[in-house]
Design a protein around this ligand. Structure first.
Ligand code: GLU
Length: 344
């Protein structure tokens, strides 16, 4: 690991050949079949490699993170049979393992980026940004690309704008060009970050560190070599790679797995009934049944037969992972004794 990031942080993992993976849930809701599938695939990938597995609680946003969900996620993951070498409840050499307790690390990187002129303060309001909404090319879900408005203002004009708006965010100055990487599931991916996203926020105006920065700082300091996560984050990865490059740090291997969808094709949520692991537990369904079901939907088992997570380790291969999302249909779940119907 590059010394300039390594040296100030006593909790950075020393460089070694050990594969390190992680599961990094946000405690904003209950663990459901979709995020449980991602968690168990991340665990299987790293256990297959004989590496270390970390659980990191991404409770960065105090307005959305609920401690009771964090506790329940830990409980549900353990019930499914996952274990971790480092995490909020077991500690470890690269802690703390809750983002809410890692502000000092993010501040140090923001200060470094400021010193290097890689980030700039931005006083654009929501209204200013909404006015960009007619611009083409943006990532559909994230609105139009930010065209560097505050970066281009003279210092005097910017000061005047800040006085008027009162607070500012910090944005990363995105270099021109196309960023390419190869994902273990999605294959070759290319994105012109400047044209699709533009200069992106690394610290919000309310002082909360943006996910993009926090995830890179944490994965880097924790020595994460393998990132397996939901493919809703595939379009974030080029931004994260830009941050690794700015820090002079090695980029992990990426594996973005398709999501589990409800019968209507939308991402799993409360309106799809009780697909929460806690609800399945309450119905008396065994963890082996849930694991077998998730393994079959992931191409690791031919049939959804009950199985202990440990027994699946030799069956894991990135090449077997599906390229398409899995759409839950009520019939298939009922056959398994997994009902997602609400009982009222
Ligand atoms: N905390 C993110 C989530 O729950 C995952 C972040 C990551 O794996 O990079 O969606």
């Amino acid at each position: 690991m590059h010394l300039s990031l390594h040296r100030p942080f006593s909790s950075a993992r020393p460089v070694s050949a050990t594969p390190v993976g992680r599961y990094a849930p946000s405690p904003t809701g209950q663990l459901h079949l979709g995020n449980a599938r991602t968690a168990l695939l991340a665990w299987l990938q790293i256990r297959r490699l004989g590496g270390l597995f970390i659980l990191r609680m991404e409770d960065l946003d105090p307005s959305r993170s609920i401690p009771a969900y964090a506790r329940q996620i830990i409980d549900d993951l353990r019930w499914l049979g996952l274990d971790w070498d480092e995490g909020p409840d077991v500690g470890g050499p690269c802690g703390p393992y809750e983002q809410s307790r890692r502000q000092g690390f993010y501040d140090a990187v923001v200060a470094r980026f400021q010193g290097e002129g890689r980030i700039f303060p931005c006083a654009c309001s929501r209204k200013d940004l909404a006015e960009l909404a007619r611009a083409p090319h943006g990532l559909h879900e994230e609105g139009p690309p930010y065209p560097g408005i505050c970066r281009k203002l003279s210092p005097e004009a910017w000061e005047a704008k800040l006085r008027k708006k009162g607070q500012c965010a910090y944005r990363f100055h995105v270099p021109a060009g196309i960023l390419s990487f190869t994902d273990a599931v999605a294959g070759p991916v290319s994105q012109n970050v400047g044209e699709t996203v533009g200069d992106f926020v690394v610290r919000r105006a309310d002082g909360v560190t943006a996910y993009q920065l926090a995830v890179v700082v944490d994965d880097a300091l924790m020595g994460v070599t393998h990132v397996l996560r939901g493919d809703d984050l595939l379009t974030s990865t080029p931004r994260q790679i830009l941050l690794y490059q700015a820090l002079g740090l090695p980029v992990p291997a990426y594996c973005h797995v398709p999501l589990v969808l409800g019968p209507d094709g939308a991402r799993l949520s409360k309106r799809h009934g009780d697909t929460a692991i806690a609800a399945l537990r309450e119905q008396g369904i065994s963890p082996q049944k849930v694991v077998g079901f998730l393994a079959a939907t992931s191409g690791l088992l031919p049939l959804p037969e009950p199985v202990h997570l440990q027994e699946l380790i030799p069956h894991f291969s990135e090449a077997k992972l599906p390229r398409q999302p899995f759409r839950i249909c009520e019939g298939a779940l009922a056959d398994l004794g997994l009902s997602t119907k609400k009982n009222h």
